[in-house]
Design a protein around this ligand. Structure first.
Ligand SMILES: CC(=O)[C@@H](O)[C@H](O)COP(=O)(O)O
Ligand SMILES: NCC(=O)COP(=O)(O)O
Length: 242
């Protein structure tokens, strides 16, 4: 029997539109509250070191005003650790970051960065912040998450979303195998990046997954159909998959 599958709505790209002109609208906090009303189980926001979209003030207002859990996505830096400890979101997901990237290009190298990540994971956990590591669906990275005592991993679905045919089917199997391995080791399993109405169902059908974090596609669709309806549609596709 599958466990309930939560939908985390990532509101980064509401802030992208807002920052295009430096106006106060569209407000990511308003989007978060609308997504919550439409059935989102959580809100994800990525405070990047270059603040290209979500700002420090957005995080402060989200931490203060949200009615559902906030998942702060952050690079593994002292600056971001300080911000997380100050605002104490429900969760913090450690993601890799490169200033030159247009978007996240892959998972965190938890295996290669153990010594750098271990104190950060401990400090976040000590502050009762649920720590997640955004990693590739790779047994070596799952084993590293176990060693780091990370309670959650989020599996990168970007490659799955970009591939087609047999290659996509193989990546889906890789994600399903990684989810099973992580769950067998007592780690809660999430997934995200690049998910859309067209590709979400096979991912949502993976029984060990507890949460999907979806943003860019939903914000794009919201331009045409409104945020509430697209959140409800994604929610129902995920429910049907179970
Ligand atoms: C880690 C991940 O896949 C996303 O949550 C991340 O936020 C993508 O970065 P942008 O939102 O800046 O595209
Ligand atoms: N961690 C994935 C996420 O929060 C949203 O990614 P995307 O749907 O914006 O690609």
């Amino acid at each position: 029997m599958s466990l309930p599958l939560r939908l985390g709505v990532n509101i980064d790209h509401v802030a992208t539109v807002r920052n295009a002109r430096g106006s106060g609208y569209p407000d990511p906090v308003r989007a978060a509250l609308l997504a919550a009303e439409a059935g989102a189980d959580g809100i994800t926001a990525h405070l990047r070191e270059d603040r290209r979209h979500i700002t420090d003030n957005d995080i402060a207002r989200l931490a203060e005003g949200l009615t559902i859990p906030l998942n702060l996505e952050m690079a593994a830096t002292e600056e971001m650790l300080g911000i997380a400890l100050r605002h104490r979101p429900h969760a913090a997901c450690i993601v890799p970051e490169r200033r030159e990237e247009r978007t996240t290009e892959g998972g965190l190298d938890a295996a290669g960065q153990h010594n750098h990540l271990a104190p950060m994971v401990s400090e976040l956990a000590a502050a009762n912040i649920r720590v997640s590591l955004f990693i590739e669906p790779d047994p070596r990275q799952i084993e590293a998450a176990v060693r780091l005592k990370a309670p959650v991993v989020e599996l990168h679905t970007g490659r799955y979303c970009e591939l087609e045919g047999e290659a996509q089917a193989a990546e889906l199997r890789r994600i399903a195998d990684a989810a099973a391995l992580a769950a067998k080791n007592g780690i809660e399993v999430h997934a995200g990046h690049g998910l859309t109405f067209d590709n979400v169902v096979p991912i949502a059908a993976i029984p060990q997954l507890r949460e999907l974090n979806i943003g860019h596609f939903l914000i794009g669709e919201a331009i045409f159909d409104g945020l509430g309806p697209v959140v409800r549609r994604m929610r129902s596709l995920m429910d049907e998959a179970r």
